[in-house]
Ligand binder design. Sequence first.
Ligand code: AMP
Length: 394
Amino acid sequence: MAKKSVKDLDLAGKKVLIRADFNVPLDSDRNITDDSRIKAALDTINYIRESGAKLILVSHLGRPKGQKKEEFSLKPVAKRLSQLIDQPVKMADDCIGKNVEEEIDKLKDGEVILLENLRFYSQEKANDQDFAKQLASLADLYVNDAFGTAHRAHASTEGVTHFLDSAAGFLIDKEIQYFQKVLTEPQKPFVFILGGAKVSDKIPVIENMMDKADSIVIGGAMAYTFLKVKGVDIGSSLLEEDMFEVVKKILAKAEEKKVELLLPIDHLITDDIKQGENVETTESADIKSGWIGVDIGPKTQKEFSQKIKDAKTIVWNGPMGIFEKDKFAQGTKAIAEAIAESEAISVIGGGDTAAAVKKFKLSDQMSHISTGGGASLQFLEGKDLPGISALSMK
Ligand code: AMP
C-alpha cells in the first residue's frame, strides 16, 4: 500500500505543518549561497497555498546543538522564500510556545509562517515525545517534504506523525516513486555504479544491490581495496585493510549469484594529491610503488560507459575519483556523460554524486537526482526510512 500524498489531504482552511529541508549553505554575512533546497520545496508549498490552507513551515539549519544561536536562524530563508513565492513569509522567533501559537492564530488562509530552527532544541534530534506533541499541536495536518532528513527519526520527521494525519510532499513522493521503481521492478539490465571514498560505508548497499543488479561497477577510492584483495598492486592508494575479509565475501557472493562485478582496469595516478603536478595514466590495473590512484583511467571509462549504454536501469552513488579537483574529475565526468546519453531510467544518489552531476551541468539529463545523501543510501541498503514509514497510508 502506498503512502498518502499531499494530494490526498483535504487542505482548505486547515493549518498544515510542513517539514521542509531548508538547511541551505550561508556565507559569512549569512547570505544564502545556494537556494536549490528552498526551490525544491516550492511545488509542495505552492500547492498547499493554492489549496487555501495556512502554512506552518519547519526546518533545521546547521548544527546549533540544542542552543538558540542567531548564526543558525532561519531568517535568511524566510526572506528568500518570500521572494520566490512573491508573498510575505512571517518569521517566528521560536518553533514552539505561546508566541508561536498566537502568530499562527493570526494567519489567514494561504498565508505562510516559517518557525525558527528546530535544532535550537535538543529534543528535536532526540525525538522527544513532548516536543513532538507541542509541534503537532500547532497544526491540523502534517506534510513531510524533507527527504534529506527522512532517514532520521526526529521529532519533526517521525514524532509528529503520532499526533497528526500525515502525508508526503511532492519531493518525498517523487523520491519514493523512483527508488521503488528501480529497487522493486527494475528493467534489465540493471547496472549499479558505486564509487566514493570508503568500502566500509557502503557494505550494506553492495550487499542489498547484489540481490537486484545485473552488474555492479566499482570506481573511486573504494575500488583499491577490492583490487588489493585480487592481488593487484595499488601503490599508496587509499586502502582499508580491515575490510579484506568483507571484500572477499562480497567477491565470492558476486560469483555465486552471477552478478558481474567490474573494477577499474587502468587509473589516473599522482605522487602527490595536494600538488597534483605529476600525473600519469597507468597501462594496466597495477599502480607503481608510492603513487596514488585518484581517478579511473581512459580504458576503464570506456568499459564502464559501454555497460551504461547497454543498461535499462542505472543507479549511481559515489564519484569515480577526486572529482572536486578538475584534474582528477574526468572519470566521474565520463560516467555522468554516459548516463546522460543513455535511454535508461537513471537514479543518482544524493550528496557528492548529485554535486558532481551539477558541476558538469548534466542534471537535467538524469531521470531523478535524489535530494538526500544519507537518505538515498538508506533506500539503497533496502532499509526503511523512519520519516517515510511513519507517514499515513492511503
Ligand atoms: P563518499 O562520501 O563515500 O561518496 O566519497 C566521496 C569522496 O570520495 C569525494 O570527496 C572524493 O574526492 C573521494 N574519492 C573518490 N575517489 C577517490 C580516490 N581515488 N582517492 C581518494 N578519495 C577519493
